[in-house]
Design a protein around this ligand. Structure first.
Ligand SMILES: C[S@@+](CC[C@H](N)C(=O)[O-])C[C@H]1O[C@@H](n2cnc3c(N)ncnc32)[C@H](O)[C@@H]1O
Length: 244
């Protein structure tokens, strides 16, 4: 049966790859690498470099594929994501059944960890729901969250207390429940600027694990403006940004 490995590759530093991930890379016949255009070419190159650095044989192929874009307007957010996932799943089906023979192993190299704000697992589930005969396994990776906490040398939770993980889009409603600690990902609009800054500490990181890494920490009221300015400058320079 065709086998798919969903391998977490860490969020930005090849040294984040686990020994388990390296062993998994060496079992793969075909890597499916998304091509997200010139702006994100660095992310595609990063995946290819990981293969070149960690795979100890020449018997693998890399197949790049175009990812459809999610519609920005029309219908609810969930409905738009559903349509987009259906298109992505069709592409995954084409890759798995068009590029792998019956006994081969394919892999998706997922940024950070596959369990967090990533749709690869849902796409594979869709294939299985549609009756596709494939086996799959997941190899965990170092998420941007662990990278951020490590670089700032902090614990995420206070003793015995929970941590809310959310997106910039949902931050305002998340804050309404007065969480003790919050991790915010996918924040294209610097939602922290809209938080009542009284007494909050912020630990911010961009391009974590890479040579372009930026770290800023302090009282939200003191550093929010600096983060907004540094973020805009870095985004302009690199053409893309990932920050948490
Ligand atoms: C689509 S999610 C993927 C998360 C990923 N699966 C993980 O485990 O880190 C992308 C978001 O992760 C965060 N992120 C990923 N890599 C990052 C990095 N190197 N530095 C800062 N934030 C990062 C950002 O919040 C970004 O918007």
């Amino acid at each position: 049966m065709r086998r798919i490995l969903i391998i977490g590759i860490g969020a930005g530093n090849p040294d984040y790859l686990t020994v388990q991930a390296v062993k998994a890379l060496n079992q793969v016949d075909v890597f499916f690498v998304p091509d997200k255009g010139a702006e994100k070419a660095a992310l595609q190159r990063y995946r290819i470099e990981i293969c070149e650095r960690f795979i100890e044989h020449p018997n693998y192929r890399i197949v790049t594929f175009n990812t459809p874009r999610r519609a920005e307007a029309g219908g609810s957010y969930t409905a738009r994501v559903d349509v987009w996932h259906a298109e992505l799943a069709a592409e995954v089906r084409r890759l798995v059944f068009g590029e792998l023979s019956e006994d081969q192993c394919g892999a998706f190299l997922v940024w950070g960890d596959p369990s967090l704000y990533d749709s690869t697992l849902r796409l594979i589930e869709r294939l299985l729901d549609e009756g596709a005969r494939v086996e799959f396994d997941v190899i965990p990776g170092i998420s941007a969250i662990q990278a951020l906490a490590a670089r700032h040398r902090i614990s995420l939770n206070r003793i015995g207390l929970p941590v809310l993980i959310t997106t910039g889009r949902r931050l305002t409603e998340g804050m309404a429940s007065q969480p003790d600690d919050v991790v915010v990902m996918l924040d294209g609009e610097q939602a922290f600027s809209r938080v009542d800054s009284h007494d909050h500490d912020i630990y911010w990181g961009a391009y974590l694990g890479t040579e372009d890494e930026i770290l800023i920490a302090g009282k939200l009221s003191d550093v929010a403006g600096k983060i907004v300015a540094e973020r805009a400058k870095a985004r302009e320079k690199h053409g893309w940004i990932m920050d948490t």
